[in-house]
Design a protein around this ligand. Structure first.
Ligand code: ME8
Length: 650
């Protein structure tokens, strides 16, 4: 069986796991499932990056020894992957003494080959933290505490690898994917490489150098070696998988760390005379309301609250279908819930449950014989979709692969509507009976094909569909490359109808995910040893008199019409009845969250005496009152009972 070794970055333990970490690990799990279903022996490594100043500081802040602290947070990462059903084969902690064996061995080899030397390192030093800081950190710190320090460090001769690296990128154009990242890295390397400081004598929490234990390895030399330490490199008693699995077939990373993986890592390996990974794949970022996730913006999103509401399949489907792998993609709970309803509840789930129910009602719970009936072209379409989906999967074009399966599912839906089995069943003639059998066989067979194709992305639902067709065993044990139309056997027993993906109320689902998210804040604070979760809200606006408040004339408004404003993805133009002779035109910045048809007919709160303001060429005669969520999303204020337009809020 050919092997396939893949890895994710190892995540820093100074933060609790969030959806960005989950994204890479879900992609890795999906690739592993695809490779298994193509007949490979796939092996997935992830882990936790535990050394260095930041972690040391976080541990001190929590009143813990670094190892106690990292024990706790790395366990949270392992738990997270288990709870999300991700099939990790090996989780490497860099604080594991076995990891140190590999790091020292790579270092010894580099030293022997002349790639390491001792030199003077000059950098900005924080007197309070007793540590070197980056230029950015220095700029943000109290200037009194920042000084410039020169110390003896070990350096890696990165400059010597400029040409070998360029040769690598040129001789193996697929070494860095996608192309945009390859171009960036090539330009960076062509512009010249500086030698790299790889040790610190000012830091305690790290792996001591074998030849000079006063120094510990600094960040990347230590972290990158994980990918071979996890296999037992340099460790006679380790898992013993290095010879079999290295070099890696693909190493997944976020785009911000592509340089370390595509420049430093191959240079370290070349210097140590070790084989290079076959490919570094750098994906894009999940972007949130208000930009990148950050604590200060309060827009950190977790995977587990989402799983509670839409299951792991709902999360996987959104991340893999909605976001083009390799590019940045927007994330929102609402888009996720809508996607779940449209594709999983109303699409796949509904087709599976209708088909199982009709098989039981019209065919005695048996797979019928399709001979003689119209097949709607489904067998040919299925063949094309299988080919396309498998080819896209092999290139990690998950969204295109999933689109191909949905083309097939949509055709099957249409085919059922065209033939109306419920009407065929009422007729007594042989032709109708034949077409009824054909229709249900072809729908069921489409579902079987879709279940196999979707098993890597939707492990739970694909197995549910499989069982609803009465198929034995696990769909994950099927082979993608051997998949072909026509395996269901007439006369076999079909399964039972089941609700694979229950439909959600989008508003409630989003509220539930957000509430669970807020609840998890306390837990995260505990995990990171912070005494208490930060208060969710601090109200620091100065107090006002009631007469100040009375200046604001707020009214109940009934939205009579709503439309998008041209060239604006934020604004809706509302026509609102606030009880006056004429309705008002009001612009509201809610288009990202509300479709016009969702707003029409709603009772909302309007500030009626705000001076008219012109935006995008339209005069807004008032303002809609909405809550602004931490990520910047808007939620309209409304009324729980019928309230006449024009009533004043006080
Ligand atoms: O960089 N969108 O660890 P880290 C998509 N320890 N992916 C995201 C993301 C987002 N918004 N945020 C994080 C480190 N990620 C080092 C790596 S490897 C030898 C050492 C994912 O905890 C993405 O894979 O900061 C990114 O590269 C990784 O988490 C960074 O995790």
């Amino acid at each position: 069986m050919p092997k396939f070794y893949l890895s994710t970055p190892i995540y820093y333990v100074n933060a609790a796991p969030h959806i960005g970490h989950a994204y890479t690990t879900i992609v890795a799990d999906t690739i592993k499932r695809i490779r298994r279903m193509l007949g490979d022996d796939a092996y997935l490594v992830t882990g936790s990056d535990e050394h260095g100043q930041k972690v040391e500081r976080a541990a001190t802040a929590a009143g813990l020894e670094p190892l106690q602290f990292t024990d706790r947070v790395s366990a949270a990462f392992r738990r997270e992957w288990e709870q999300l059903g991700l099939e990790v084969d090996f989780f490497r902690r860099t604080s594991d003494p076995r990891h140190a064996l590999a790091v020292r061995e790579v270092f010894r080899r580099c030293l022997k080959n002349g790639a390491i030397y001792k030199g003077a390192y000059t950098g900005k030093y924080h007197l309070g933290d007793e540590a070197f800081v980056t230029d950015e950190e220095a700029a943000a710190a109290d200037p009194e505490l920042i000084t410039t320090v020169t110390e003896e460090n070990y350096f890696f001769r990165l400059s010597a690898f400029q040409q070998p690296l360029i040769d690598l990128y040129e001789s193996q154009p697929d070494f860095i994917r996608p192309e945009t990242r390859r171009n960036e890295v090539l330009a960076f390397v062509r512009s010249g490489l500086k030698d790299l400081s790889i040790s610190r004598s000012t830091l305690k929490w790290g792996i001591p150098l074998p030849n000079d234990p006063e120094h510990v390895f600094y960040v990347w030399f230590d972290a990158l070696t994980t990918y071979i330490s996890a296999l037992g490199f340099g460790d006679a008693d380790g898992p013993g998988e290095y010879e079999r699995l290295w070099p890696a077939d693909v190493q997944l990373v976020g785009k911000e760390i592509v340089r370390f993986h595509a420049v430093y890592w191959p240079a370290f390996l070349m210097a140590a005379d070790l084989p290079l990974p076959r490919q570094i794949w750098a994906h894009g970022w999940l972007i949130f309301q208000g930009g990148k996730m950050s604590k200060t913006k309060g827009n950190i999103v977790r995977a587990l609250p989402i799983k509670e509401v839409v299951g792991t399949d709902g999360l996987r489907h959104y991340l893999l279908r909605e976001i083009v792998f390799g590019q940045d993609g927007h994330f929102s709970h609402e888009a996720l819930a809508r996607r779940y309803n449209a594709d999983l509840a109303n699409g796949l789930g509904n087709l599976a449950s209708r088909t199982a129910s009709m098989l039981s009602r019209y065919c005695g719970g048996e797979i019928p014989d399709p001979s003689g009936g119209d097949d709607g072209g489904l067998p040919e379409l299925a063949a094309t979709c299988i080919e396309r989906a498998v080819a896209h999967y092999a290139k990690y074009s998950f969204s295109h692969a999933i689109d191909a399966v949905w083309t097939l599912l949509a055709r099957a839906d249409k085919y059922i509507v065209e033939h109306r089995p419920w009407e065929l069943a009422k007729r007594a003639d042989a032709g109708s009976a034949q077409q009824l059998s054909a229709t249900l066989y072809n729908s069921a067979e489409t579902l079987r094909v879709a279940a196999v194709l979707l098993a890597p992305v939707l492990p739970t639902g694909a197995q549910g569909v499989w069982e609803s067709l009465g198929l034995a065993g696990a769909v994950r044990d099927e082979r993608l490359d051997l998949l072909a139309w026509g395996s269901l056997k007439p006369g076999d027993t079909a399964g039972r109808q089941r609700a694979i993906y229950p439909r959600l109320d989008v508003g409630k689902a989003v509220a539930r995910m957000e509430a669970l998210e807020a609840e998890s804040l306390q837990e995260q604070a505990k995990l990171l040893g912070q005494p208490d979760a930060p208060a969710a809200v601090t109200i620091d606006t100065p107090p006002i008199e009631i007469s100040d408040f009375a200046k604001v004339d707020m009214r109940v408004g009934l939205v009579q019409a709503a439309q998008r404003v041209k060239k604006s993805d934020k604004l809706l133009r509302l026509t609102v009845d606030i009880g006056e002779a004429e309705p008002r035109t009001i612009l509201a910045g809610i288009a990202a969250e509300y479709a016009p048809e969702e707003v029409k007919g709603r009772r909302i709160a309007v500030v009626a005496n705000l001076k008219p303001r012109k935006m995008m060429g339209v005069v807004s005669q008032g303002m809609v009152v909405a809550a602004s969520l931490p990520g910047g999303e808007a939620r309209l204020a409304g009324f729980d009972k019928d309230t006449p337009p024009g009533a004043r809020l006080s």
